[in-house]
Design a protein around this ligand. Structure first.
Ligand SMILES: *Cc1c(COP(=O)(O)O)cnc(C)c1O
Length: 396
C-alpha cells in the first residue's frame, strides 16, 4: 500500500516550481528610463501610448485604452457601450467574481448562463433562453485562456441587438480559428494583475474596433474629458482610471517574453494532457481544436464522473499538495456566491436564483487547477505532477 506524504510518507517532490512574476534587464531599463524622464503618468504619457499601440496591433484591434485594472476595464466597457443601471448582463458563473462585480459596480444585473461541460466557457446554446427585454450585453469569459465561441455569440448578440464585451483577462494571445480574442466582440478587457500572464502588479486594457466606444471609454477613464478638448473641459461624469508610465514600462518589458512563455505553457500543457490521460479517474479538459492558441492562464483537469463517487475534491487537493504539487480548488460558482446574490437583490429589490449544474459541479466536485507559472517548468516538473496525482489516486 502506498504511503502518502500527509501520512508520513516521502513526498514525490520537494523542489519549488517556477516563481512568478519573471523579469529581466528589459523591465529594469524601461523603469529607470521612465524615472529619469519625469514623465510618470497623468498627462505625461510616453510609454502608455507605446503600449496601447503595441497591444492594439497584436490583437488586430483599432483602439486600445489603458485603465487601472481588468475589473474597471469591464465596467468602463459596459458603460461605453451604453449599459445602464438595471440592465441585464449575461455572463457565465464559472469565472472570477470581478466579471460580476464590474456590472454590479453601477447596478447592472448579472444573469448567469451555465458553461459547457468540456471547456467551461459560456454555453452559446443556453444564452437565448436567458434574454429578456432588459438584456443589454453578453460577457463571454475566455476562462483559463481558452476561447469562447465568438462567432456564435456575436450572431446571437446581433439578432437580439446586444453588445458583446469579452472578458479576456486570462487570454492574452489566445486565438479562436486564427483570430486573436479580445477584439472579436464590441469591446474587450484585459488584466495585468499580479498573477496574469503578463503583469505590472495591477493594470488593464480595453480593446475595441468602434471609434465611438473608444472615445467614450477613454473619456470615462479620464474624468469625463474629451481627447481633443481643454484640460478642464469635462463633458460627462468619468473617473481617473489611468495606469502609470511605470506600469506601462513593465508591461513593455513583459511583452518581450510573452511569445516564448506562451509556447512553453502550450508545450507543457500538451505533455501534461498526455500524462494525465493515462491516470484512471483523471481527465484533462479537452481542448477545442478551434482554439488554435491557448494562453493557459490556468491548466485545468477534472476528477471523472466515476471517480467523484469515491474521491472528494478537497481531500484530493490536500493529498496532492502534501506530495509537493500546488494544485488549487478554483472558483466558487458565482450563482452560489452569497455576496453576489445579496448585491444583486439590493439593486433588484428581490432575490434571484440560478441553477447552473455544470458550473456548480465543476467548482464543488470535479475541476482542479494548476496556475500558469507551473507550466513554465520543464518536462521533469510535469512528470512530477503526474506522478503525485497517480500516487494519490492509487490511495483510493
Ligand atoms: C483577473 C480577472 C479579472 C479582473 O482583473 P483585475 O485586473 O484583477 O481587476 C476579471 N475577470 C477575470 C476572468 C479575471 O481573471
Amino acid at each position: 500500500m502506498v504511503k502518502l506524504a500527509i501520512d508520513g510518507g516521502t513526498p514525490v517532490r520537494k523542489a519549488p516550481f517556477p516563481e512568478w512574476p519573471i523579469f529581466g534587464k528589459e523591465e529594469e531599463e524601461l523603469i529607470v528610463e521612465v524615472l529619469h524622464s519625469r514623465k510618470w503618468g497623468g498627462s505625461n504619457r510616453n510609454k502608455l501610448p507605446d503600449l496601447e499601440g503595441k497591444f492594439a496591433k497584436m490583437h488586430h484591434s483599432n483602439y486600445a485604452i489603458s485603465v487601472v485594472n481588468g475589473t474597471l476595464g469591464i465596467t468602463v466597457a459596459l458603460q461605453a457601450a451604453g449599459v445602464q443601471p438595471g440592465d441585464e448582463v449575461i455572463m457565465p458563473p464559472y469565472t472570477f467574481i470581478a466579471t460580476a462585480t464590474a456590472a454590479l459596480m453601477f447596478g447592472a444585473i448579472p444573469v448567469f448562463v451555465d458553461v459547457e461541460e468540456e471547456s467551461l466557457v459560456i454555453d452559446p446554446n443556453k444564452i437565448e433562453d436567458a434574454i429578456t427585454e432588459r438584456t443589454k450585453a453578453i460577457i463571454p469569459v475566455h476562462i483559463a485562456g481558452a476561447s469562447c465561441n465568438m462567432p456564435e455569440i456575436n450572431q446571437i448578440a446581433k439578432k437580439h441587438n446586444l453588445v458583446v464585451i469579452e472578458d479576456a483577462a486570462q487570454a492574452v494571445g489566445t486565438e479562436w480559428e486564427n483570430k486573436r480574442v479580445g477584439a472579436l466582440g464590441d469591446l474587450g478587457s484585459f488584466s495585468f494583475q499580479s498573477g496574469k500572464n503578463i503583469t505590472s502588479g495591477e493594470g488593464g486594457m480595453i480593446l475595441t474596433n468602434n471609434q465611438q466606444f473608444a472615445e467614450t471609454a477613454w473619456s470615462l477613464s479620464n474624468v469625463g474629458r474629451n481627447k481633443k478638448g481643454a484640460w478642464y473641459q469635462h463633458e460627462r461624469i468619468g473617473w481617473n482610471l489611468r495606469m502609470t508610465e511605470f506600469q506601462a514600462a513593465i508591461i513593455l518589458g513583459q511583452l518581450t517574453r510573452l511569445e516564448e512563455q506562451f509556447q512553453k505553457r502550450e508545450r507543457n500543457a500538451y505533455f501534461l494532457d498526455q500524462l494525465l490521460n493515462d491516470i484512471d479517474g483523471i481527465e484533462p479538459l479537452p481542448r477545442d481544436p478551434r482554439v488554435n492558441r491557448h494562453a493557459y492562464h490556468m491548466y485545468m483537469f477534472r476528477l471523472s464522473n466515476e471517480a467523484v463517487n469515491q474521491v472528494k475534491k478537497n481531500e484530493f487537493i490536500e493529498r496532492v499538495n502534501g506530495e509537493g504539487i500546488p494544485v488549487i480548488s478554483g472558483y466558487v460558482s458565482l450563482n452560489q456566491n452569497e455576496a453576489v446574490i445579496q448585491e444583486t437583490a439590493k439593486w433588484l429589490g428581490e432575490e434571484r436564483t440560478y441553477s447552473c449544474p455544470i458550473s456548480e459541479r465543476a467548482s464543488n466536485d470535479q475541476v482542479i487547477w494548476l496556475q500558469q507559472r507551473i507550466l513554465l517548468g520543464d518536462e521533469k516538473d510535469m512528470e512530477d505532477i503526474a506522478k503525485a496525482i497517480r500516487k494519490v489516486m492509487s490511495s483510493y
